[in-house]
Each structure stands twice: as structure tokens, then as C-alpha cells.
Write a protein that binds this ligand. Structure first.
Ligand SMILES: [Zn+2]
Length: 347
């Protein structure tokens, strides 16, 4: 089969590789579409992934069941499914407590097992098959369904931060996650939804994608805390998401949050910038909560697919480019140069 492989760090090359085998307790998926995630860009630079070489990345995928292992009764050949990237153990303490997103033995598509940038991918047995595959409604194209993974991550952050009716939400960082959070915050009944971007370059792309955004503030052009206070009757935001991989975002978030507010760190902060210095008295007297969110639960994955099917999430707006798999290197460049919000590749 054709697959995009990474043999030299950062370089995606499409070539023939042996077809994957359908496991007895798993299924074989014919990939319908896979979308490029910033995690793929980071992972492409690594040489220590748990999957065999050459690495096949791609953690956001959907397709058709092409073969079913002899021990699998849950799936049939020909069914259209989305494939959740995260495989949890179901046995560790966080899994047993329901926090499968925090599984201590989690494995990932495109990370521990070959991913979706290929014509076929092998879905291993266990929770990958029992919970990781979700049957798709006929009206949902594969390239939209592949976005269920990043949307589920955004939904987890919305739930962790407890976004609800009347909240004034500020999102620092307007990549795909920030745009998805804006849309979901609006669906949860947020009052104001304000995005903060470092530069105006991506404004138009994000504005088109995220109708949930009331306004985008460009931090290099204004003093953001003053503007946020002005927009929130002088109070500040009730929820602030740190969705930019930047140490600068943390002190900014602390300057934007109001009494009883919640700050949710939803992006990995580069080493050396990750230490948070905060005004303990503000946290104490104003009962501010600082929390984090990571990955998603399969219940959330199913939920966003249902939201897409109902038209509440217009996935098409978030997908700025669709390319054949043979042009994946161009898609990766579009993501790196921040010219795309999301790129789908179709084998
Ligand atoms: Zn676990």
C-alpha cells in the first residue's frame, strides 16, 4: 500500500510499504481521510516512537472497515467509522475512576501504532476496537469525522473549565484548538467569547472557522487586560483558556481572570517557560481556580460526532485544505507556516 513515512526527522515521503495485517482481535481500516495535527509535526521530529520503523503518523483518522479479525463480532466489513487516536488500558486507577484521558498506560495512533497517513491502518484489539471506533452517520464525510479527535480534546477542556451559560470566555491562542473551544463555548451558552492572538496573520482564517468568536484581540497591538475588562463590565473573564504553547500566555491569563474565575491550561508549554508564577493572594481572596486539560474521553469523542451530524459543529469551516495523500508534504508546510487551520489528506 501507499503510505506517508517519516524516515528522516521532519520529512514526510509517500512510498510503498507492506500492507498491514488484520489482527485476530482487531480490524483493518481502509483510511478515508486523515487530518494533520500539530502533534504530527512534533512527532515527525522524534526518533524514539514506540511503533516500528518507518514511522507512519496521523492520529486523526476515519475510514471504512476493510477486514475484521476472527474474534471480533462488533464490526462488519463496509461500515464507516471514525477511529479515536487514544487507546486506554481500562485497568489503571485513572481509567477505573473514569478519567481514561489520563490513562497511565495509554497508547496512541501514529505514536505507538502506525497511524492514518496511509491507505490502510490496523486497529489493535482491546479498547481501540470496543470503544475507539465509532459508527458514522451517512451524512458525515470522512474528512470531517477525522476532526472528532481534536474537537473531543477541546470539549474536554470546556467540561474541565465548567463553561456554561453566562460565562465570559477568553481564549489565548487561536490555532485549531482555540477555534474549536470558541465554537463549543458558544454552544454551551457562553455570553462573550473573545480570542487573543499574537499577530493578526491568522485572524481571517480563524474568524471564518469559528463563528463562536465575538472578537479577536491582537496582543502585539494593544494592552489586552484593559480591553477584556472593558468588554466584561470591568470584571474580567470568568474562564480563560491557555491554548497557546507559550510561557507568555500564563501571566496574561492571570491578568484577565475575574473573581471565582477558572484558568484552564490546554496547551503544552515549552520546557523552561512552564513554571507559573502567580499571585497567591488573588487566587486566595478571589477563589480563582487554575486547572489543566489533556486529551479526551471516548464519551466526548462520540458526543462531538453527534454534534457534527446534527450540524451544531460545522466541521467544514474548520477544514481549510483537502489534499491527496501524495501531497502531504505540502499540507505539512501549510500547517507549519500557519496558512492552514487544518489540512485533510485523502489516500
Ligand atoms: Zn489506564
Amino acid at each position: 500500500m501507499k503510505a506517508a513515512v517519516v524516515e528522516t526527522p521532519g520529512k514526510f515521503v509517500v512510498r510503498d510499504v507492506p500492507d498491514p495485517v488484520c489482527p485476530d482481535d482487531g480490524v483493518l481500516l481502509r483510511v478515508g481521510a486523515a487530518t494533520i495535527c500539530s502533534s504530527d509535526l512534533k512527532r515527525s521530529m522524534r526518533t524514539d516512537l514506540a511503533q516500528p520503523r518507518p514511522y507512519i503518523l496521523g492520529e486523526e483518522a476515519a475510514g471504512t472497515v476493510a477486514a475484521v479479525g476472527k474474534h471480533v463480532t462488533q464490526w462488519k466489513v463496509g461500515q464507516r467509522v471514525a477511529y479515536a487516536a487514544r487507546i486506554y488500558c481500562g485497568k489503571c486507577q485513572p481509567c477505573r475512576a473514569g478519567y481514561t484521558n489520563l490513562c497511565k498506560d495509554a497508547k496512541g495512533l501514529g505514536w505507538h501504532v502506525p497511524g492514518g497517513f496511509a491507505e490502510f491502518t490496523s486497529v489493535p484489539g482491546g479498547t481501540a476496537v470496543t470503544e475507539g471506533l465509532v459508527l458514522l452517520p451517512d451524512n458525515l464525510p470522512f474528512e470531517f469525522a477525522a476532526l472528532a479527535e481534536p474537537f473531543a480534546c477541546a470539549l474536554n477542556s470546556i467540561e474541565v473549565a465548567g463553561v456554561g451559560p453566562g460565562d465570559d470566555v477568553v481564549i489565548i491562542g487561536l490555532g485549531f484548538q482555540g477555534a474549536a473551544q470558541a465554537q463549543l463555548a458558544r454552544l454551551r451558552g457562553a455570553c462573550k467569547v473573545i480570542g487573543v492572538a499574537r499577530s493578526g496573520k491568522r485572524n481571517e482564517i480563524v474568524r471564518r472557522a469559528a463563528p463562536g468568536l465575538d472578537e479577536v484581540l491582537v496582543s502585539s497591538e494593544m494592552f489586552v487586560p484593559d480591553v477584556v475588562r472593558k468588554r466584561t463590565d470591568g470584571e474580567g473573564a470568568s474562564v480563560v483558556f491557555v491554548s497557546a504553547s507559550s510561557g507568555d500566555a500564563l501571566p496574561l491569563a492571570l491578568g484577565l481572570v475575574r473573581w471565582k474565575g477558572r484558568i484552564c491550561i490546554h496547551a503544552s508549554i515549552p520546557a523552561g517557560e512552564e513554571t507559573l508564577k502567580l499571585d497567591a493572594n488573588w487566587v486566595h481572596y478571589q477563589e480563582v481556580t487554575v486547572t489543566g486539560s489533556s486529551s479526551f474521553k471516548h464519551r466526548q469523542y462520540r458526543e462531538v460526532i453527534a454534534m457534527m451530524a446534527r450540524g451544531e459543529i460545522n466541521a467544514g469551516k474548520f477544514l481549510t485544505h483537502k489534499l491527496p495523500l501524495s501531497e502531504i508534504a505540502r499540507g505539512v508546510e501549510l500547517m507549519k507556516n500557519r496558512e492552514a487551520l487544518k489540512v485533510a489528506v485523502v489516500p
